[in-house]
Each structure stands twice: as C-alpha cells, then as structure tokens.
Design a protein around this ligand. Structure first.
Ligand SMILES: *Cc1c(COP(=O)(O)O)cnc(C)c1O
Length: 461
C-alpha cells in the first residue's frame, strides 16, 4: 500500500498573507511539524478501512488489539509491527470501563489514564511515536503552554520517553494548588517553568520560540491538540467500544462531549473507516456556536468563550472545526471566518449537536445518579444529557454509547455538593501530596526564556 499522506486544510486558501501549502507530507513529518506552514491543519488524504468482520473480531479482545489493528493500518509504512506492539503495550496499561446504564445504553469511561482524562489516550501514543520517528541521533524538545490540565496530560505522557525533553510553561497565579503540584512533580525529562505572567504570556513565549530562527537548531516541537498525532489515536476507542457491545454490524449512536472537537473528530474518522455510526452526537456546554451553525447555517464564534462548569470545553471557536469543515467540503479559518460552506445537509444527517446549560449539567449529575446509579462529572454529564436530548427528539435508538472524558474524583467539590458523596479516587490521582519537585521560575520576558532555552536544551542524543 502507498503510505497515507497528509494535506493542509488551507491548501486552497486565497487569503492575503497566506501562502497555501500544497505539498503532501508523510506521517512522521506531519507529526513533528505539528501544523502546516500555512497555518492549516493536517488531514489524511485517505483513510484505512476495517470490515464489519474485522471490527466484530475485536469483541472481548483487550484494547491493545484494537489499537494494533487500527495503528498498523495508519503507520505500517513508518513503524515496524513489533515496535508498534511495544509502543501500544506501554501506552495502554490501564482499564477502560464500559458501563451499562440501562437497556443497551452505555457509558465508556476514558478516565483511567495517569491524568484521569481521555487526553491520556492520544498523548501517550503520540509521545512514543514521536520518540520512535524523531530521526537518528536527534533529540526533540517539546514546549507546551498550559493553563492546567493539558500540560500535565502531555507531561505525564512524555515522562521517561526516550530522546525527548518537555518544558511546560504555566502562569504562576492562574493554576490551582493541585494543578501546580501535578505539573511541578512529574520529574525525569519533564520540567515545569512557572512564568510570572498570564496564560497568554506563556502561549506567546512558546509561539515566538517556534518562529525564532536562532532556535531552529534546537528541534523545538509542539504536542498541542491540533497535531494529527493527537487525533488518529482517538479513532481507536470508538471502534473497540463499539465492538464490545454491538451485534452483527448494527448501527450505534455515540455521544462525545465536545470543546475543541478533537475527540469528536476521532469518531468522525472512525465512521469513515467503517464504524457503523447512526449519528455522532456532539453536545457542548453553553458555548453553542456549533449547534447554532447546524441549525442556521451561519457561523459565529463566541468571543470571549463562556465560562462553564465543564471547563475543559470552554471553547468559543473549536480548533478542530477546520477539520470538520474540510471533510464536509467547506473551509473556515482560525478567526472563525467561513470561506466555503460545508455540505450542511449531509452534516445534519450525520451529526447532532445541542448546547447543555450549567443548570442542566448539574441536574443531569443528580438525576443520572438517582435514576441509574451513574456517577458523572460535568463533562460526561454534558455528553449524557446530549444523548438524552437526542433520544427525546428522535425517539429511542437501541445501541448508544456516551463518553465520559474525565474522572469524577477530579471534581470532588461539585460532586459533594450535588450528590453528598465523595467519589472514589483512582490510583492515578492518589499520592499527589507525597510527590516532590520544584518548578524553575521564569520572568515574563521572552529574552530570558530564549536564553534559558539556548543554554539548557540539547538537540542531539
Ligand atoms: C479536552 C477535554 C474535553 C474536550 O475535548 P475536545 O477534543 O477538545 O472536544 C472534554 N472533556 C475533558 C475532561 C477534556 O479534558
């Protein structure tokens, strides 16, 4: 088979100031580049496919087998099978509960990785692929700016991974004590830099470093959520989860609580690889720009984004919307301007999106627990409520899976207030107090950051 190549969502852009990137690159390049030089996002020019039989054969099989079946099809040209097997075994060493709620309605919990969020799935595979694909003798340096949770997911995913160091910049006064402890104490090849500034300052320093020619020899790279390496691994759990509960090629409804739409885009790709999906549900919190777009056909980003309980989904213009537009034949830019309208009829047929208010989110946490003994945190509650709304509007559908993206123990105060219980703490979130480690402190000043990078980073093994 020809290797899969990746193109830029801006390849046909006629915007001033953008030189469209018309090349197609292979996976290792797309992975290390992170983003196309024209600011577009990388997209696979074709997708591998799995037959009904191949999917059905994953029933009762460990997750690793699904990961290998999918992974081989994406990376057979660049990662040998035995290497991929090792990578997958190392990356996926935690459980994935698939909980029956009632009838054939399920919740799949993607919250048992080291940072108790679904982001662990993609980050852990991506880090190891980067390590293997980084090229002989080169050493990569990942820079991440974080306002909290993404930084620890990336940091933990790269911890101990060969040939890569990670530098996490976080704003000194904008992360919680718990998040700070999580970031400061990862250790090994992961350093926390506490910046005397705001999140935007951290992000600007990182962005400037990527563009700084003086630093081009340092092999700087990013691991943020627009990297295609963060998307492809997110096709696997839909296929695996479906195979566990489906019968003979039947269709399923899957609900993915959505913020930047990377998780949902994994599901969209899985559909195009052969997953029999009746409808992809993409409920959001009060940031309802997408459900408004589906109903009206006009897109308005929400700026500034609305602050909701499900804080990892407070996104007023989802970064992966560009991928959804592209795959449905449209184009939208980083600012939220639409240059080509996607096939709306097809989108509406395949995707359902509703906005779930904070009020409803809380009510859902209470009612799901009372009615079904189902314990949800705010993100998963948006997913579950989205499913309920779909079933109310369209009538019952036999097989449904709703995704829980974080562990309830990450929201002890909300859960206690609403349910009067203390959610059980998974092993990954225990023992934080015993961990030790100090951050480096960094003034809010690019020159200081640059000179830190120049004197501390290595670019060869
Ligand atoms: C990041 C995140 C989301 C949103 O996922 P997207 O891929 O950005 O749509 C939802 N829930 C949790 C807990 C998250 O951390």
């Amino acid at each position: 088979m020809e290797p899969i190549r990746y193109y830029s969502t801006n390849r046909n852009s006629r915007l001033k100031g953008i030189k469209p990137f018309r090349n197609r690159v292979n996976f290792p390049n797309a992975l290390i580049m992170g983003q196309a030089p024209d600011g577009g996002l990388f997209m696979p020019e074709r997708l591998p496919s799995l037959s009904f039989r191949e999917i059905a054969e994953l029933k009762s099989k460990p997750y690793r087998e699904a990961a290998l079946a999918v992974g081989k099809r994406f990376w057979e040209d660049c990662v040998p099978g035995d290497v991929l097997e090792d990578i997958i075994r190392e990356a996926y060493n935690f459980e994935i509960p698939l909980e029956r709620v009632y009838d054939r309605k399920y919740v799949m919990r993607l919250d048992r990785g080291p940072t108790a969020s679904f982001k662990d799935f993609a980050a852990r595979l991506m880090s190891r692929l980067m390590s293997y694909l980084r090229g002989p003798h080169s050493h990569l340096n990942v820079l991440v700016a974080t306002s909290g949770d993404t930084g620890s997911a990336i940091g933990e995913a790269f911890k101990g991974v060969e040939g890569i160091d990670v530098y996490i910049l976080y704003p000194a006064r904008e992360v919680s004590a718990r998040q700070k402890k999580q970031l400061d104490t990862i250790g090994e090849n992961v350093r926390a830099l506490m910046v005397d500034g705001k999140f935007d300052d951290c992000q600007n320093m990182v962005k400037r470093a990527f563009l700084d020619e003086d630093l081009s020899a340092l092999n700087l790279t990013s691991a943020n959520s627009i990297n295609i390496g963060r998307i492809l691994p997110q096709t696997i759990y839909y296929i695996w989860g479906y195979a566990q509960v489906a019968e003979a090629g039947e269709e399923a409804v899957i609900s993915v609580p959505s913020g930047n739409f990377g998780n949902a885009f994994g599901c969209e790709l899985a559909r195009r690889m052969g997953l029999p999906l009746h409808r992809l549900l993409m409920p959001t919190n009060e940031n309802n720009e997408f459900s408004q777009f589906l109903s009206r056909g006009i897109y308005h980003k929400i700026d500034p984004s609305r602050k909701c309980l499900s804080n990892a989904m407070n996104v007023g213009h989802p970064s992966n919307l560009a991928r959804f537009f592209d795959i449905y034949g449209g184009n939208v830019d980083k600012e939220g301007k639409v240059h080509a309208v996607p096939d709306l009829d097809l989108m509406r047929k395949r995707i359902f999106s509703v906005s779930v208010s904070d009020e409803e989110t809380k009510k859902t946490i209470v009612e799901a627990y009372k009615k079904h003994g189902l314990l949800l945190e705010p993100h998963g509650a948006v997913g579950w409520r989205g499913l309920e709304k779909f079933l109310e509007e369209e009538g019952d559908f036999p097989l449904c899976i709703s995704i829980e993206t974080a562990h309830p123990a990450k929201f002890p105060d909300e859960i206690e207030e609403l349910l009067g219980i203390h959610p059980p703490v998974p092993p990954s979130l225990r023992g934080l107090e015993e961990r030790s480690g100090e951050p480096l402190t960094m003034p809010n000043n690019y020159r200081a950051f640059k000179s830190f990078l120049q004197s501390n980073l290595r670019s060869a093994d």
